[in-house]
Design a protein around this ligand. Sequence first.
Ligand SMILES: Nc1ncnc2c1ncn2[C@@H]1O[C@H](COP(=O)(O)OP(=O)(O)O)[C@@H](O)[C@H]1O
Ligand SMILES: [Mg+2]
Length: 331
Amino acid sequence: MPENAVEIENIVKTFGDFNAVDGISLKIKSGEIFGILGPNGAGKTTTINMILGLLSPSSGKIIVNGKDVMIYGAEIKSQIGLMTQETVVESDLTARENLEIFARLYHVPEKERQGRIKEALEEAELTNFSDKKAGTFSGGMKRRLELVKSMIQRPRILILDEPTTGLDIQNRVNMWEHIKDLNKEGVTVILTTQYLEEANEICERIAIIDHGKIKAIGTPSELKKIVGAGRILEIIVENGGDANAVASFLKTDFKLSAEVKLDKITVPVESNQEGIMAKILAGLDKKKIRISSINLHMPTLDDVFIKLTGSEMRDATGEMSGDRNEVMMRR
Ligand SMILES: Nc1ncnc2c1ncn2[C@@H]1O[C@H](COP(=O)(O)OP(=O)(O)O)[C@@H](O)[C@H]1O
Ligand SMILES: [Mg+2]
């Protein structure tokens, strides 16, 4: 196995006069779980479509398993499993039939076909639903079916484009376990996600991308160091409260420069600032600035993203990350 499963060298993809991918370079090691983390429209799908050879770069080069995608496209396609962002299982076909079609498409030898399909149904926890139409399945079941479908030809590399977007937390955690299991069997996993928590949970290394550019690459703990502070202080003002007043109070009284986003103020503080929260609370009280919550936490990938891009992650609907509560719970 080559050291790197994928090497991306300065790829650009231009649509009209707009660079959807704007000079990305990265190396994905064989055997790792690599995350491409970024908000809607960041260029994630465009990037993976180029890795798969489905889209040609406007410039730059991609090497998969030591071979140039532009030259060895067909060979490389058979080495990569893909689970697309949109659910594509055939609703009118049963779980078994869906797998059957794919096994044929990927030339799984006939004598192995039924065995692999049986195994796949077991892995997807769908054995009891093998002969039910996929259209009747829940979102989580459909995604599990897609996951095993993308593995039916036993690829060495698996690409998952937002595998858990739209799933509830239980199904998301379940999907994470399936992905980790595949990786333990030696499959290199490349996944894109809008969920900071997901990248933190399962990826060994992460590239944060925004507007077609890489903002940072590293392990979750390396990325958290970017925030450069011992702790992150977060204050949320009361409904109708003045977040900017809090920020300027922090500036004048504590020499802290805070980021303000709607009703929330975020600011890195050094770990050696004992009792800072109490002092801030007392000061706010004195100035009659009312807040609804204050907390001090270790940096999360959320904080890294805010630091790197100046804004919070947006979720699939283009709004603020719905993962807020989940992130908070884990602090
Ligand atoms: N075929 C296309 N033609 C024009 N613009 C495109 C095309 N595909 C993607 N884009 C644009 O490129 C940007 C990146 O898209 P995409 O790679 O799908 O982002 P992501 O997967 O991170 O949400 C978006 O602004 C999108 O609208
Ligand atoms: Mg996408």
